[in-house]
Design a protein around this ligand. Structure first.
Ligand code: C5P
Length: 298
């Protein structure tokens, strides 16, 4: 029997991102706090007839061959590993999350497909297997199986939920030009790792597992919240530094670049403060070519 799922695949920001080391395959060992936000792509899954050679089709405005599309890859990976009867699947994507932004748009879409197929086919895979499948699709995909607020370690595949930081008002500024994630990670290799990882971890675990309200947890950790990819990203796209300062100057309690950029975010103490800041930043001619979003943490 055919079935349609209408999904919203929300994006994320990194409240902090620390590079802790490098693996032999060149990937980096990270410690991050990932936070779901209320900006996402619309993904529709239409599961049709059972077939001995099920077709996976993609309908998308994105200029990307289907085999390179992360939703296609997610469905294919699931179908290659599931041994029961499979249905034809049509995936329609309406993208709202900008790409090359550090917001995990494609990764979230892929996780939405994996999660939905997992429940549609009666949870055939255990949690660890699903997490491994997610990590094969991309380092940010495991987080999106959970969403909300999570520490992510390893390359991103070790996911530990923390008490929710939902409801914080935010502004995002996305320059029209993006940042290459591999180039950004490569650039940090020339920087020595100087921070004390165990004490940093202990501090962050204490703050973000505390019973303080969400805003106070962020304020408490503020002096320690950094993104190690921001400096190399700013070297490539200097406008990112202006975006972060403009967010700071507009009254954000905390502002930073997300992931490998080029999107920056500011967190505000109230909707009123955020709305005032939005008006100011939207009128700033330095950001005419940028996309500016009002969102909140989820
Ligand atoms: O896994 P994903 O395809 O999202 O990663 C994109 C690129 O980011 C990788 O090719 C790699 O260069 C870099 N990366 C990394 N360490 C991580 C995650 C990503 O070096 N933990």
């Amino acid at each position: 029997m055919s079935k349609i799922y209408d999904l919203v695949a929300n994006a994320k920001v990194n409240i902090f991102l620390k590079v802790c080391g490098t693996y032999p395959n060149g990937y980096h060992r990270l410690f991050m706090l990932m936070q779901e936000i209320g900006l996402g792509d619309e993904i529709t899954l239409e599961l049709g007839d059972v077939s001995s050679s099920p077709a996976i089709s993609i309908v998308s405005e994105a200029d990307c061959p289907p085999e390179k599309d992360l939703c296609y890859k997610a469905a294919k990976l699931f179908y290659d590993n599931y041994s029961g009867d499979l249905q034809d699947i049509k995936i329609t994507e309406v993208k709202h999350t900008p790409s090359q932004a550090g917001l995990g748009g494609g990764s979230s879409d892929a996780a939405a497909v994996l999660k939905t197929l997992q429940s549609h086919y009666g949870n055939p895979f255990d949690e660890e297997t699903l997490l491994n499948m997610a990590a094969r699709l991309g380092a940010d995909v495991p987080f999106f199986l959970y969403g909300g607020s999570c520490f992510c370690e390893g390359i991103g595949e070790i996911v530990t939920p923390v008490p929710s930081l939902a409801g914080l008002p935010m502004i995002l500024i996305k320059p029209s030009v993006g940042v290459s994630t591999p180039a950004c990670f490569k650039a940090v290799d020339s920087e020595p790792i100087t921070f004390d990882e165990p004490s940093y971890k202990e501090f962050m675990e204490k703050v973000f597992n505390s019973s303080d309200d969400a805003l106070n947890r962020v304020i408490h950790a503020k002096a320690m919240l950094t993104n190690d990819l921001q400096k190399p990203a700013v070297n490539g796209v200097p406008l990112i530094a202006e975006c972060v300062s403009a967010l700071d100057d507009s009254g954000a309690v905390f502002a930073m670049m997300s992931g490998s950029g080029s999107c920056s975010f500011g967190i505000y103490a109230s909707d009123e403060e955020r709305d005032k800041a939005y008006d100011k930043i939207s009128g700033d001619t330095r950001f005419t070519e940028c996309s500016i979003y009002k969102v909140e943490t989820k």
